[in-house]
Design a binder for this molecule. Structure first.
Ligand code: AMP
Ligand code: DBH
Length: 539
């Protein structure tokens, strides 16, 4: 049951309500209202099926009844690990209507991460696809279920083997559903995991719906908008900036792409007259390369969003000429704050900045190590507070004391400067996280796995620059008895069930680590060592 998280002090909640940021609506009500206004208009299109607003609304009610019969109650957590399929929406809205909380896992998470999410949230149910991207989820679920005592059921979208099929969850709608308040937590998002495992982010109906409304305004999403989802929709960016939920909020249409390659996405853009989509920088680069050699009519595309990691100015400059549409940079975080370049900004601003906060109620500060504000235009850590930025992670008292200032600002860990027009330029990160083309790797988490290997005495993982992904990971390993092979270490990590993208791209064996004057391992120096080596060997 979810009860342990710091919320906004009443004084702030009051302001956010009075100024109309929080309008007292829940997700359950929002969909009902949309079903009334949009009826048979299509809400979601996928390869296999299309569903209208009315159908989605009804199916959410039917599934809520099925879930209730299974024992899912208000306040229960349910780990949802679904790819971009229409059932994702039925499941989420069914849970919202019961006041149960989806915990948004990504399709690429494996046993180590899923077990942690289930145990930490005391999840009662885990929902998976049967297969996706060549991976079979039932064996993974069996492993997780063996370990997690709170987990009562596994539900499968597709062939369920020994588990429960999702299609059996459609029942006669309930006469009465539990009372859900707009100030309740609607779901738990995951942070990129800057210190060890991912933190869980409690987002309320009020705050998240405000972020959708504001995103829609900035990105000009309306009933005519067609949003193509190529990134995994459980992630905060394609979920809400404005993403799939913003599109539903506006009464637009979502098109779910089975994959992210140009050969899968371009025909869909042409067929479905897609108006907006969102990408991470490495994908944006692949799409830009591909566009001249493919013969699809992409003229419906009005806005191409790029975010999740720093998009280099050089790559950004190529987007508008290649796609003949507006580029929008998006700098956000699942904890809250989202910055956008505006659609009518000058080309210079669009290609060279990561935008500015979407809400006039977003407060930002740029500070030095002592939390003193830096001079205008200088680089410092970005702190933020506002109507859709959390005041604390779920069940993380100690970490919250470090991650938030006493007056409630979230320490983003991002090094930024703010230009004279109030636009933010991201310059780097203070937190120990590798951003591998938008996929975030918490160094400490992978280090802990490697430390479990007999031949590993110590390990430090840092980012190394990469022309294509922005950053890749490099593990410096001090061997213990014998020096293991790189292959041994990688297969050891795979056996421990961590996602592929977290496996270090490079492993260097060393006798010792460079230290700071205080005697701590200097990751800064390790980064320099590997960068120099890469330059020296020109790769
Ligand atoms: P997450 O913890 O997964 O929500 O990731 C949020 C982090 O991703 C931010 O704090 C930034 O470090 C990074 N990020 C997101 N968008 C951008 C962007 N447009 N430019 C640079 N970094 C970004
Ligand atoms: O990287 C992110 O987490 C992110 C990027 C852009 C995000 O959460 C968002 C927009 O909402």
């Amino acid at each position: 049951m979810i009860d342990e998280y710091p919320s906004w002090p009443e004084k702030f909640a009051d302001i956010y309500r009075r100024t109309g940021c929080w309008q007292g609506e829940t997700f359950g009500e929002m969909l009902r209202r949309r079903a009334q206004s949009e009826g048979e208009r299509i809400a979601v299109t996928s390869e296999k099926r299309s569903i209208s607003y009315a159908e989605l609304n009804l199916n959410a009610d039917r599934m809520a009844a099925g879930f209730k019969a299974l024992g899912i109650k208000k306040g229960h957590c349910v780990v949802v690990q679904l790819p971009n399929i229409p059932e994702f929406f039925e499941v989420c809205f069914a849970l919202f209507r019961l006041g149960a909380l989806p915990v948004f896992a990504l399709p690429s998470h494996r046993s180590s991460e899923i077990t942690y999410f289930c145990e930490f949230t005391e999840a009662v149910v885990y929902i998976i696809p049967d297969k996706y991207a060549g991976f079979d989820y039932c064996p993974l679920a069996r492993k997780v279920k063996e370990k997690v005592s709170t987990l009562q059921h596994v539900i499968v979208a597709g062939i369920a083997e020994t588990f429960l099929p999702l299609k059996d969850m459609y029942a006669a709608p309930l006469e009465k559903t539990p009372e859900v308040k707009s100030s309740d937590v609607a779901f738990l998002q995951l942070s990129g995991g800057s210190t060890g495992l991912s933190k869980l982010i409690p987002r309320t109906h009020d705050d998240y719906i405000y972020s959708l409304r504001k995103s829609n305004e900035v990105c000009r999403i309306n009933r005519k908008s067609v949003y193509l989802a190529v990134l995994p929709i459980a992630h905060n960016y394609p979920l809400s900036s404005p993403g799939v939920l913003g599109t539903l909020y506006a009464g637009g249409r979502i098109v779910l792409s089975p994959g992210s390659s140009p050969d899968e996405a371009f025909p869909l853009i042409a067929q479905e007259c897609v108006t907006i989509t969102s990408l991470v920088p490495p994908l944006a680069m692949i799409w830009t390369e591909a566009v001249s050699s493919r013969n699809y009519d992409l003229s419906s595309l009005e806005v191409l969003q790029v975010g999740g990691a720093k998009f280099s100015e050089e790559a950004a400059k190529k987007i508008m000429p290649a796609f003949d549409c507006t580029l929008q940079q998006v700098f956000g975080m699942a904890e809250g704050l989202v910055n956008y370049t505006r659609l009518d900004d000058s080309e210079k601003t669009i290609v060279s900045t990561q935008g500015r906060p979407m809400s006039p109620y977003d407060e930002i500060r740029v500070v030095d190590e002592d939390d003193c504000e830096v001079k205008p235009g200088e680089v410092g850590e970005l702190l933020t507070r506002g109507p859709y930025t959390i005041r604390g992670y779920y069940k993380a008292k100690e970490h919250n004391a470090k991650a938030f200032t006493p007056d409630g600002f979230y320490r983003t860990g991002d090094l930024v400067r703010v230009n004279a027009s109030g636009y933010i330029v991201v310059e780097g990160r203070v937190k120990d996280q590798i951003n591998r083309g938008g996929e975030k790797i918490a160094a400490e988490e992978v280090e802990n796995h490697l430390l479990a290997h007999d031949d590993v005495f110590d390990v430090a993982i840092v980012s190394m620059p990469d022309r294509f992904l922005g950053e890749r990971s490099c593990a410096f390993v001090i061997p213990r008895h014998r020096t293991p092979t790189i292959g041994e270490l990688k297969s050891f990590l795979r056996k421990r069930g961590i996602s592929d993208y977290k496996i270090p791209d490079r492993i260097e064996f060393v006798d010792s680590f460079p230290l700071t004057p205080f005697g701590k391992v200097s990751k800064k120096l390790l980064r320099e060592i590997i960068s120099e080596k890469l330059i020296l060997f020109n790769k």
